[in-house]
Design a protein around this ligand. Structure first.
Ligand code: COA
Ligand code: AMP
Length: 624
């Protein structure tokens, strides 16, 4: 089948198309309705069906005689380790860790927070939760204790699984003290913590609450997979919204498994046994879908990489891993490629390692600028595919389709809509715009299987954030257009979310931290263009009269506060003091104009600006 046929088949009858895709999984009970429009906020997929995702990702392959096949290759240049884990071993370890969690009281429907670096045990903990029908919520290691606390408080986990440390270039990050601090802050206290002691750092344990991961796993009775309703949550993944309160994106079980399995073949064009590598982190949606669940559901070998694109040890690290493990399809963020390009512009390290089996490079997390896509395609000699998606959707909205022979997309575009999504640009009144005109990118309801059915304990918030503005459509929060060929061009967010080195961050959350400083009267944070990271946050603050502190002192304190309260991942390093902020006459801060000044562009101030001189003051403070 080619892309046009697949898209037309889906358009002709969505339910038939998705039911066919669902046949590839092991169902404990077949669904009663492929789609039930009466369930949830906009309907739910595979209502009445039951299955277990870990059973589908592991036991199903072992039962089919593939137990010896490698499921995971853990490659960790920061610890100089490489480990191969077979499907049988991964199934057995998952069953034991599930047994250990069950012994700590975890049952179907309970939440488990996972705060771990890129070690196999992080994937095992996720799969162990899935095996029990428990709902995991992984928190990225670059978030500080107060952010972890927000997630613990909202998800109310029975158990938290954590490691003693993560390893960043040049430093060991002690995770466990951050967890202890987070539990101290959170009103909800978990019953127990399961702590993986890594050899680089031993964590202090709280007697009665903390348990050693390795000992608990060894002592556990293996747990069998617990079938759950297809519509039950598999996980919650918190992501940045426009305020300091993260959004708890809920992922269902059946629809997600169907969508991922389907996407592995249709988008990435891989088959069981192929080596698939996503260089991201299990703390992000990309890691959930394409380090853990997607490749394992299909029976691929998934590479799990604990390292960076540069500095571990050099800009050839990705090509070394791809060559050493025979990676067929590789997925990372454009920022990583830009970091490599900066250090190895001629691609000498790429040639030295020669990843001979590599057939395609997929990119997502932010728009890939055409020069980076063209550079990578030229140097690597393989198609480079930018594809667009969000934590909310769980799998690509648009892509180039290796499985259907439609790739790569035009450089700069995110490709065509995946069968399952109808994408249009809407004007501000919600009217579809003609092809070629830019507007609010939206997806016609219902969303396909795998997309978030709701927010955790906040169905109303889900409606408000995504469904209310354009009835009948899901508002993506991205601006862009669909061109005459049907290719989608995603040009940026319509809200206060920024993308820093492939990490989704809220400028609103950073502003909340800056505003909490006693010397700050007013503030604004914007995302300014950055050559490697895509965007970086810049803070502008107005000081209270007579606060006494020097602007330099306050700026230093503010940078430290954001690091302590949100985490190093926020990467706010630049705070400038200004006499006032540019505003409209009604008092709205002109963040768009500030951002354009930071980018060295015309601020395009609206006629309603209160005092245009404030723009010149911002330009002077930013040295533009
Ligand atoms: N645990 C603890 N700290 C972490 C962390 C983690 N898991 N991940 C990042 N950090 C820290 C970093 O050490 C850094 O701290 P520092 O300020 O003390 O140096 C800070 O957070 C910012 O990190 P990062 O944004 O990664 O910037 P960088 O300058 O260290 O590296 C890149 C730049 C481009 C190499 C890097 O961001 C990268 O590899 N990006 C790819 C991102 C990605 O894969 N995203 C997934 C979406 S598909
Ligand atoms: P996240 O939820 O962290 O995956 O971030 C989702 C947001 O990242 C999207 O809403 C976009 O703004 C941006 N994004 C992700 N992938 C792309 C892409 N390929 N092109 C343009 N923007 C992207």
């Amino acid at each position: 089948m080619n892309y046009t046929q697949a898209y037309a088949a889906w358009m002709a009858d969505q339910e038939v198309a998705w039911a066919k895709a669902a046949e590839g999984l092991l169902w404990r009970r077949r669904w009663e309705r492929v789609f039930d429009p009466a369930m949830g906020t906009y309907g739910q997929w595979f209502a009445g069906g039951s299955l277990n995702v870990a059973e589908n990702a592991l036991d199903r392959h072992v039962a089919a005689g593939h137990g010896e096949r490698t499921a995971l290759i853990w490659d960790s240049p920061v610890t100089e380790s490489v480990r191969h884990v077979s499907y049988a071993e991964l199934r057995d370890r998952t069953a034991k860790v599930a047994g250990a969690l069950r012994a700590l009281g975890v049952a179907a429907g309970d939440r488990v927070v996972i705060y771990m670096p890129m070690v196999p045990e992080a994937a095992i903990a996720m799969l162990a939760c899935a095996r029990l029908g428990a709902i995991h919520s992984v928190v990225f290691g670059g978030f500080a204790a107060p952010e972890l606390a927000k997630r613990i408080e909202d998800a109310t986990p029975r158990v938290v699984v954590c490691a003693s440390c993560g390893i960043e270039p040049g430093r060991v990050v002690a995770y466990k003290p951050l967890l202890d601090a987070a539990i101290g802050i959170s009103a909800h206290k978990p019953d127990a913590c399961l702590v993986l002691q890594r050899p680089m750092l031993n964590a202090a344990m709280t007697p009665g609450r903390d348990h050693d991961f390795t000992e608990a796993e060894a002592a556990a009775t293996p747990a069998e997979p617990v079938p759950v309703a297809a519509t039950d949550p598999l996980y919650i993944l918190y992501t940045s919204g426009t305020t300091g309160k993260p959004k708890g994106i809920v992922r269902d079980t059946g629809g997600y498994a169907v969508a991922l399995l389907n996407s592995m073949r249709m988008i990435y064009g891989v088959a069981p046994e192929d080596v698939f590598w996503t260089a991201s982190d299990v703390g992000w949606v990309v890691g959930h879908s394409y380090i853990v669940y997607g490749p394992l559901l299909l029976g691929c070998t998934s590479v799990m990489y604990e390292g960076k694109p540069v500095g571990t040890p050099d800009a050839g690290a990705f090509w070394r891993v791809a060559a050493q493990h025979g990676v067929r399809v590789f997925f990372t963020a454009p920022t990583a490629i830009r970091a490599i390009k900066q250090q190895d512009p001629e691609g000498a390290l790429m040639r030295a390692h020669r990843p001979a089996k590599l057939e395609a490079l997929y990119l997502a997390g932010e728009r890939c600028d055409p020069p980076t896509a063209v550079w990578a395609a030229e140097k690597l000699g393989v198609p480079v595919v930018d594809h667009w998606w969000q934590t909310e959707t769980g799998w690509p909205i648009t892509a180039g389709f290796r499985g259907y022979g439609l790739f790569p997309p035009k450089p700069g575009s995110g490709g065509r809509a995946s069968p399952g999504y109808e994408v249009v640009a809407l004007d501000d009144a919600g009217k579809p715009l003609p092809r070629g005109e830019s507007g609010n990118l939206a997806i016609r309801l219902p969303m396909p299987p795998g997309c978030a059915p709701t927010l955790w304990h906040d169905a109303e918030g889900f409606r408000r954030a995504y469904l209310a503005d354009f009835p009948g459509w899901y508002r993506t929060g991205d601006a862009g257009m669909v061109d005459g060929d049907g290719d989608v061009w995603v040009m940026g967010r319509t809200d206060d979310i920024i993308n820093v080195a492939g990490h989704r961050l809220s400028t609103g959350a950073m502003e909340e931290v800056l505003a909490a400083h006693p010397a700050v009267a007013e503030c604004a944070v914007v995302g300014a263009r950055d050559e490697v990271k895509g965007q970086v946050p810049i803070g502008l603050v107005v000081l209270k009269a007579g606060s006494g502190a020097t602007p330099e002192e306050v700026a230093r304190e503010l940078v430290a506060m954001v690091r302590e309260r949100i985490g190093p991942v926020a990467a706010l390093r630049d705070v400038r003091v200004v006499p006032r902020l540019p505003k409209t006459r009604s008092g709205k801060i002109l963040r768009g104009s500030i951002r354009r000044i930071a980018d060295g562009e015309d601020p395009q101030a609206p006629p309603t600006i209160d005092d245009p001189a404030a723009l010149a003051e911002v330009a002077a403070a930013l040295g533009r």
